[in-house]
Design a protein around this ligand. Structure first.
Ligand code: ADP
Length: 165
């Protein structure tokens, strides 16, 4: 057995980072020595800027000493390699996520066979949460308190208050 810390990356767009994501991050932080939440740049899902997402997520996980939050661009597998991690964490909601996540993990395994993808089932209270739906609710100024951790609600409100460019 090696003494190398078991480092994992949990990549995603996290736009916004909702309670389902937080649940996965908390559980993954107990499975690995170090967890890096990788905040990807995805122009199709742009509610808030990556750097705003990073600081809001940092506020959410500040009580978890082995978790760091870092923005990245490009392929998740490249980011995982750059961070010298051996594991990629992904969350699975229901059957609907299976096909996409399975295909992606097999493709990632072809590109980076040394990285193992670890799937965690969504917590039962959070299986319905999706960033896409939450963005729609946010745009119509719906109540976000059942879906998002407090620091994220503030960031989403600030993004919506900004005039579109
Ligand atoms: P991506 O753009 O990479 O799909 P997302 O931000 O939508 O990123 O999601 C990041 C990860 O979190 C994905 O593995 C996704 O399946 C998972 N996830 C999304 N919603 C939930 C949820 N409600 N519960 C648990 N995991 C989730």
């Amino acid at each position: 057995m090696s003494d190398t810390p078991r480092r994992a990356v949990y990549p995603g767009s996290f736009d916004p980072f909702h309670l389902g994501h937080e649940n996965i991050a908390r559980r993954a932080s107990r499975l690995f020595d170090e967890l890096i939440i990788g905040v990807g740049y995805n122009p199709e899902k742009a509610l808030s800027k990556p750097e705003e997402r990073v600081s809001a997520i940092q506020a959410v996980v500040k009580t978890l000493p082995n978790v760091r939050v870092i923005a990245f661009r490009g392929l998740a597998v490249d980011f995982v390699r750059e961070q010298k991690a051996r594991f990629m964490v992904r969350g699975i909601r229901a059957l609907a996520d299976m096909e996409y996540e399975f295909t992606m993990s097999l493709t990632n395994a072809m590109m980076a066979p040394e990285i193992e993808t670890v799937f965690l089932m969504a917590g039962k209270e959070y299986t319905n949460l999706s960033s896409t739906l939450i963005r729609q609710i946010a745009k119509y100024r719906g109540d976000l308190s059942s879906f998002l951790p407090e620091p994220i609600i503030d960031t989403v409100r600030q993004s919506l208050a900004r005039p579109e460019t």
